[in-house]
Design a protein. Structure first.
Length: 105
């Protein structure tokens, strides 16, 4: 089920994802890597708003009809998100640093 390039989806990060992003940005700032993380997060946002079905790998369907949970990797970040196609909504569930990377410590 491919999405149409350029068709906007509404991105809604969860409170957990917001907190994880703040923590990652704080770690990145302490290491002098804030711009790299900011760039990765910008690309995550772009992908989720334009082509969430094509970008990530499906994990499972949601209990709510029409939803699919995905995961994807962008640089050193792992993201998990849910897409509700009929509503054109993407929920950003969590954002983590890849294991064994400096931001994961």
């Amino acid at each position: 089920m491919a999405s149409t390039e350029g068709s906007p989806y509404r991105l809604e990060p969860t409170g957990v994802a917001d907190a994880q992003i703040r923590a990652l940005m704080a770690k990145a700032a302490a290491r002098g890597e804030q711009q790299e993380v900011r760039s990765s997060l910008s690309e995550v946002t772009r992908q989720l708003k334009t082509r969430p079905h094509d970008w990530g790998d499906p994990i499972h369907r949601t209990r709510k009809e029409g939803g699919m949970v995905y995961h994807a990797i962008q640089a050193s970040l792992i993201v998990r998100y849910v897409v509700f196609e009929s509503e054109r909504v993407v929920g950003l569930l969590d954002v983590r640093a890849m294991p064994n990377t400096p931001l994961a410590e």
